[in-house]
Design a protein around this ligand. Structure first.
Ligand code: FES
Length: 65
């Protein structure tokens, strides 16, 4: 599934970028070029990044307890 049609960025490409690099949200978007054209994809891309970070945070909290 495409996250950014303008740049041809798929959800897998975004998830790979999130999973393999410890970059900030802005850096991930910049690295992939998400939002560089029409910008329609930015909200969904940011939501995916935040959901992923929240999942990681909840896993970390569970392992701490
Ligand atoms: S859909 Fe991503 S910049 Fe247009």
């Amino acid at each position: 599934m495409y996250i950014c049609i303008c740049k041809g960025i798929t959800e897998k490409m975004l998830m790979d970028q999130i999973g393999t690099h410890n970059h900030s949200q802005d850096q991930i978007l910049k690295n992939l070029g998400i939002g560089d054209s029409c910008g329609a994809c930015v909200v969904d891309a940011v939501k995916k990044i935040l959901d992923n970070q929240n999942n990681l945070d909840s896993k970390t909290k569970k392992s701490d307890s």
